[in-house]
Design a protein around this ligand. Sequence first.
Ligand code: ADP
Ligand code: MG
Length: 225
Amino acid sequence: MLRLEKLVKTYKTGDQALQAVDMDIPEGQVLALIGPSGAGKTTMLYCIAGLIDNMEGSIYWGETDLLQLKSKDRTHYRSDHIGMIFQDFHLFDELGALTNASLSAMYVHQSERVNLKKHAKVILEHLGLDDINAPVNRLSGGERQRVAIARALAQQKSILLADEPTASLNREMADPLIDDLISYVKAEGQTLITVSHDINLLSQMDRTLELKGGNITNSTKVKAL
Ligand code: ADP
Ligand code: MG
């Protein structure tokens, strides 16, 4: 349902971050992108989210090529289909955990607002956050990561993109969070595309793709769907 065709991204600096990448991602697949720093992993996530301009090639979502959409329509596509967990969390420090986790409630229709907030609360509690009203600048790195994950999950989008979601956590914190994230994504039938080098996370993926110098150099089908 998501298909990248000959996707090329050259930054203004001349860095060719993606070189004619082809990739098919079936609905419901959980997929990890691996590869050295500078390989193009983050660029690929941002492309799929429709956040990067001046690209060549195609990003098909069903029949629609995202790169042919006007920027307003691409924003709609993103808000309809994509949830994101950023590497540096992108939380609002002075707001509480629950407010952060239900932030997208500000943009949804009134009728969905209550539901989204309820859902965010359930997820935060499920992820083991004790004080859901504490301003997030008082939380630890692991707790902030939980809030960022809860925010993405609460939106219940069909595609979840995550950039090294456990990079800032130690083993004991990372393991339960990874297990929760993956079981949640699978139960909801979401597609997950995550950059990660975490062994525990990788062992639970349907597929691992390796990027190097903007090319896919290896694709491992760990599990059939
Ligand atoms: P990764 O996430 O695998 O470390 P990135 O996608 O961040 O790789 O970067 C891929 C390449 O593109 C690198 O050479 C990087 O320097 C370059 N790059 C990334 N973002 C930008 C940017 N905003 N402007 C210019 N070059 C960039
Ligand atoms: Mg990166």
